[in-house]
Ligand binder design. Sequence first.
Ligand SMILES: [Fe+2]
Ligand SMILES: [Fe+2]
Length: 293
Amino acid sequence: MVDAVTLSSAVYDTKQWEDFLKTRYGPYKSSKETKHFYEDIKAEKTHPTVVAFLQENHEKQTYDYVQGMKEKYGKLDQGEFSIWEMLMRLDEIKVNSRGGDVQLQQKEHAFQMAESMRREGQPRWLIMTALIHDLGKYLYLLGEKQWTVVGEIFPVGCQFSKEIAYPHFFDNNPDSKNEKFNTKLGIYKPHCGLENVSFSFGHDEYMYMVCKNLGLPKETLYILRYHSFYSCLLEGDYTYLLNDNDIEMMKWVKVFLQYDLFSFTEPLPVNLDELKPFYDELIAEYFPEKIRW
Ligand SMILES: [Fe+2]
Ligand SMILES: [Fe+2]
């Protein structure tokens, strides 16, 4: 078992990260840049509608709520579609994807990110992960509201971190008054590992559930599930819940985030007809024709 200090530095030590990324993956955006957009949100430089959705999110994501949503969507009885079909369906969704000032179509985000990885020679499994990582936003099309589809995710069942944007909104979350849940560790054991922790429900957890029995790389599953856990990934909080496996896997989430948070500045693809053969092949490498949603 690793101690908390080692964990903290492994997760948060920028220098260590940058060295790791540089030797292994070549050109990328620095962690500082990645953090910038998040600091904007935290500095409340965001649009009122985004603030309103974050408020609703912080107030309503309780431990019990999350269990109900996992139960509901874990059945995977919301239709059968191929990955490509779902990518095309993303066009029906238009939301503020970050900060409020950037309106990005979901399909463009997926291809922009995947193409940017491709140009930089990232491995095929990571490109595939980029392509599918936000497909859980299908929840919008199933009628779910923004507060339970997007936004940063956080553990429920223990104290909410002050590093989460707009932490004061948690004052009105019933779990903040529940003695079982409102201590640092709440219902969890130190370093129990994130797989044993319940998180606020959104597209991340949903897509993880859709994919978890399909034999995908464990790194892919981890990225799908935790790519919005910013208070830990960008602020180094919650390290007392992490185990060795989390530390190992988080390296990949951080590589991934360099693209997720910045690829919207990359040139827009896309002549989809030109790209389709490559992505058809990539999808077929990892997925059956149709999967359950
Ligand atoms: Fe996402
Ligand atoms: Fe994304």
